[in-house]
Design a protein around this ligand. Sequence first.
Ligand code: PLP
Length: 389
Amino acid sequence: MIPYSRQKISEKDITAIVDVLKSDYLTQGPKTPQFEKIVSEYCGVKYGCAVNSATSGLHIACLALGVGEGDIVWTSPISFVASSNCALYCGATVDFVDIDSSSYNMSAIALEEKLILAKKKGNLPKVVIPVHLSGKSCDMQKIHNLSKEFDFKIIEDASHAIGASYKNQKVGSCSYSDITVFSFHPVKIITTCEGGMCMTNDANIYNLLLRFRSHGITRHAKEMERKPDGRWYYEQLNLGFNYRLNDLQSVLGISQMKKIDSFIKERNKLASNYNNLFKSTKINIPKTDSEIYSSWHLYIIRINKDEGFNRNIIFEKFRNSGIYVNIHYIPIYRQPFYQKMGFKFEDFPESEKYYNEAISIPIFPGLTKDQQEKIVSIIFNPIGFQNLF
Ligand SMILES: *Cc1c(COP(=O)(O)O)cnc(C)c1O
């Protein structure tokens, strides 16, 4: 079986974890601050707050920006449900902005149109969450300009995009956003088994993130409401959570960060191999953009019925051949939980079209050129029953 993505763990990763197991701290020791520093420096951003998943990170990112009841949050429908659930956790309502037909990210044009309408109706979003699908940055310059004009905050869901760049800056630099959130789930670019990190340049936001990550508690005297009773003293100021990343996970993250550039380089090589293999076929391959360096978490092809292909049949052919392709994603508004909120499929024509055509084919460090050739050939091999007639 070839999965669409998987982790790459080395002997060095394993040794690093075993060393932490033998040390004094399994959690809340030195490894998490070290990991945060390494990722922050890598991205060129001031602060990093490690969390036990990107889902937790998105949740406390919303809370740190003051999202609550009565607020509205917009995101892309072509994402994992966590991108919008985070707003619902805070009691806010969610709406979606349709995708761009060539990048499959939130369309900046659709966003502007929707903002103009919302301004007239008086229901502007407090926060917009662009998602860098497959590791390819959204049009952040445009979205950032709109945030100034229409007064909203930005959380980048960069779960796919650690190691990617936009206009020669690393995703995670927060040059165009308030907070950027990474995921370290095993299928993503680097892994801590489960885990994530919130990046920001804003000291106040950073303090709130730290507080929400650990029960809403502060140990800094200057943030407290009362004078400390003694050295044991702490205060709970908000309703927070236990969203901490432990030291075993952080040391794996530190070890994985040593290889991130080689991972991204290999993913870029694999993507360019696929581009060559699909050249002069009718398969729609991902568009590239000179201002964007993708981390290539996913390689998404689109199979258009008008070209004589059937996406669902090709999907079955892959799965029957042991190639664990997938579809990223079922539009969030199609989920029964979201359907109860009254979303209509026809309000998102580009997302609907995408959902009917897309397949993510395998891409991960360690995938071989032979495997890539086999994968591509499966699309064009005649299937059994067609040979009978
Ligand atoms: C994986 C993913 C998440 C959730 O990440 P976890 O670390 O598993 O919580 C959120 N958004 C997107 C776009 C993702 O791909």
